[in-house]
Write a protein that binds this ligand. Structure first.
Ligand code: ADP
Ligand code: MG
Length: 705
């Protein structure tokens, strides 16, 4: 048994949070900093030295030797460069520990090799990291010692965003301003800020590290590129919510403790649908903290796995044939005084403010479905979205029976008179209590589902940052709020105007509502009839970023300039081509150096044995061996031909200099060539002696952790 842990005691222990700041900062400095954090006012540079000093002392007392500006470049993960606190030695050769306000506020990582999509030509390669004081500094303890991590935004010399954080913070300002206008229209004069609340549920796979290290595909690509299905998959549904095995439990235990120390509210954990798949969800927090914390969650899942002889796979589709992993992004709008604007109450038909908010969200999603789809695209997610797996690539909204009924009443008659209620759930067992029933059942197949008082965007990939999805949600809803407020603020008869507006919003955008089975073929046909976009791949989604509609949206709210959007397009095409190039080269390597030699050994042994049997017993029936030999040799030549094709096609694609054309070549030519190589290899795996197969099978990986 592990030792008793006092969670309340360790929670936030490694965070320079409000309690620590209050304790360690002079009152006036604390007040100023708090104002910046809470009200979004500009940071007073004169307090930076004092804050830096307190932060350094606190960190050093806890063993820190280094600090780092921790940022989120466009690679999907985080970046850091460590500097120790030591000063230059004095005449006696002694050093002191130093950390100035300037070092806290601004960093200049020599970061010319981060993706910038042309925003930072190498001759002007300066990039700056700027302290995001709304996200607290924290101490990371690991083999490198203790490091003070300062969350930062990353910008170019001209102030263009080179990261995920900057546009997120900008979009939070946009939604704050516009949502407050809506609240004021309904007579709320007291709320001072509106912040998007976000709770991301993180799915992941765990495999044994020793086995992982035997597979080059897992090492280089994070997913298997070959592999026949084992006799058992996920069909028994016995893994989902199943008892957590000891080895995994001990891992989860340590993950939770590490996260709690960092102030991450790790809350829920369970086994997911696929064998070896699990989930971790924190309690929701304001969007920028949720984004940072999700990065910390991903880092921690990976780091702690190593200590347990395990490896955590965050890839969206580590194994063909079983479910992939995603990240459900729960999103709502909360005021500083605790009002959730997405709370319908018990009688939504009477809740005019809620109906307006709902109508605006429907409009936002319907108008910018392509942007939301784009925000969820990454290379790994191409295996999920639009690939007959959850969720579909078509954006629709699930609102549930109760709200759909209210919407229908409003659209049909112009007035909603009642709301369906949930009632009691009777179990038929006398000793069990009757439970209150939610007014709405769940729908697991919808990409954007209303779940009581929040929307759950289910498309984000498991390895991806949740920042882009929240940038889109914040900005598109800000736009819809702005358009509504512009009109309503001028209205002579507010009640009348808002009533008409709700009716118009709901009926104009009713097509985006779909409560049925999002995985069915009928829905694909129906969605097409409704004119909803069905964007099937990442390369097809990328152009949504620079449509006139998108540029206007983002420039209006100061979230992205056109140049920033163009740079992101470039970065994404490149990221796609590079990732597929690595996958193709890994397949070429494994096929040429591991699989084909193994199959040749197997056929040689088979031929040998045929000869031996024949010479020992000339009349023996060797038809089985001969048939196997023929079948194996045929597959082997199919494989060799496919290998040569893949090599040629990959080389051709790599040579294309235009980023868009290059990405398309990888998508349309290299990916099919990879599939053509995989097919015979997977068949061969089912024939060749297990002893001879050069790496662990799917069964070894997902059932024997
Ligand atoms: P569900 O079962 O509906 O998926 P959970 O209670 O399991 O909901 O929560 C899933 C995630 O959603 C958690 O991270 C949770 O903290 C978060 N969440 C709950 N309420 C809200 C809200 N109002 N806004 C944003 N996220 C929320
Ligand atoms: Mg959920």
């Amino acid at each position: 048994m592990s030792e008793v842990v006092n969670v309340a005691e360790i929670f936030g222990k490694n965070v320079f949070n409000e309690t620590v700041m209050k304790e360690r900062l002079p009152k006036s400095v604390f007040k100023k900093l708090k104002r910046t954090i809470e009200d979004g006012t500009e940071l007073d540079p004169s307090i930076a030295d004092v804050v830096a000093h307190a932060m350094k002392d606190w960190a050093i007392e806890r063993g820190a030797t280094h600090y780092t500006h921790w940022f989120q470049p466009l690679t999907g993960t985080t970046a850091e460069k460590h500097d120790s606190f030591i000063s230059a030695p004095d005449a006696e050769g002694k050093v002191i520990m130093e950390f100035s306000g300037k070092e806290l506020i601004k960093g200049e990582p020599d970061a010319s090799s981060f993706p910038s999509g042309g925003l930072r030509a190498t001759f002007e390669a300066r990039g700056y990291t700027a302290w995001d004081c709304t996200s607290p500094a924290f101490l990371r303890e690991d083999a490198a010692g203790v490091t003070l991590c300062i969350p930062t935004a990353f910008c170019s010399y001209k102030g263009e965003a080179l990261d995920q954080k900057t546009p997120l913070l900008r979009s939070m300002q946009a939604i704050d301003t516009q949502a407050l206008r809506i609240l004021r229209l309904f007579g709320n004069t007291t709320s001072k800020r509106v912040v998007p609340s976000v709770g991301p549920e993180q799915e992941y796979f765990i495999v044994d590290r020793a086995k992982y290290l035997q597979r080059k595909d897992l090492i280089y690509a994070g997913r298997t590129l070959f592999g026949a299905m084992p006799p058992k998959g996920q069909e028994l549904e016995d893994h989902y919510f199943g008892a957590i095995r000891e080895r995994i439990g001990s891992y989860m235990n340590e993950v939770n403790q590490e996260l709690w120390k960092l102030g991450v509210t790790a809350k829920t954990q369970h086994n997911e649908v696929a064998p070896a798949q699990h989930e971790l969800a924190p309690i929701y927090d304001q969007a920028n903290l949720a984004v940072d914390h999700n990065q910390i969650v991903m880092e921690t899942l990976k780091k702690v796995a190593g200590r347990h002889g395990l490896t955590c796979l965050l890839h969206e589709k580590p194994f063909a044939g079983v479910n992939g992993s995603g990240k459900h992004n729960n999103w709502s709008l909360t005021t500083n005084d605790g009002i959730n604007m997405l709370n319908p109450g018990d009688t939504p038909h009477e809740n005019i403010q809620f109906l307006l908010v709902l109508g605006c969200i429907m409009k936002a999603i319907d108008t910018h479905a392509d942007l939301l789809r784009e925000a969820a695209s990454d290379v790994g997610n191409d295996h999920r979205l639009g690939a007959n797996e959850a969720p579909p690539a078509i954006i629709s909204i699930f609102v549930g029976e109760q709200l759909e009924d209210v919407i229908n009443q409003l659209c049909d008659t112009g007035a909603a008179t009642h709301s369906k209620s949930g009632g009691k759930l009777s179990t038929g067992v006398a000793t069990l209590p009757d439970l209150d029933k939610d007014a709405t059942d769940r729908n697991r197949t919808s990409p954007f589902a209303f779940t009581g008082n929040k929307f759950e965007f289910r498309m984000v990939g498991s390895s991806d940052s949740i920042a882009p999805a929240n940038v889109v949600l914040n900005t598109i809803v800000a736009e819809a709020f702005k358009e509504a407020a512009d009109e309503l603020e001028k209205a002579e008869d507010f009640d009348m105007a808002v009533h008409d507006m709700i009716k118009k919003l709901l009926s104009d955008h009713q097509r985006i509502i779909f409560n049925g089975n999002g995985y069915s073929d009928e829905w694909i046909a129906e969605a097409e009839k409704r004119g909803l976009p069905n964007i099937r791949s990442m390369v097809d989604a990328i152009p949504s970023l620079i449509t006139d509609k998108a540029v206007k949206l983002y420039e209006t709210f100061g979230v992205f300039t056109k140049a920033e959007l163009e740079s992101r397009v470039e970065v994404e095409y490149e990221a796609y081509a590079k990732a597929i190039n690595i996958e193709a080269r890994t397949m070429i390597d494994m096929a040429g150096k591991q699989i084909i030699p193994a199959v040749i050994r197997y056929t040689a042994a088979l031929a040998d044995s045929i000869n031996k049997v024949k010479s020992a017993c000339p009349d023996a029936d060797v038809s089985v061996q001969t048939e196997l030999l023929t079948e194996t040799s045929d597959l082997l030549s199919e494989m060799k031909a496919a290998l040569s094709d893949l090599q040629a096609i990959t080389e051709e694609s790599l040579a294309i200099s235009d980023a868009c054309a290059c990405a398309h070549a990888y998508h349309e030519k290299v990916v099919p060539a990879m599939a053509a190589l995989r097919a015979p290899a997977d068949k061969l795996e089912m024939i060749v002696d297990k002893e001879l197969w050069p790496f662990p099978s799917y069964g070894d990986l997902i059932f024997e952790v």
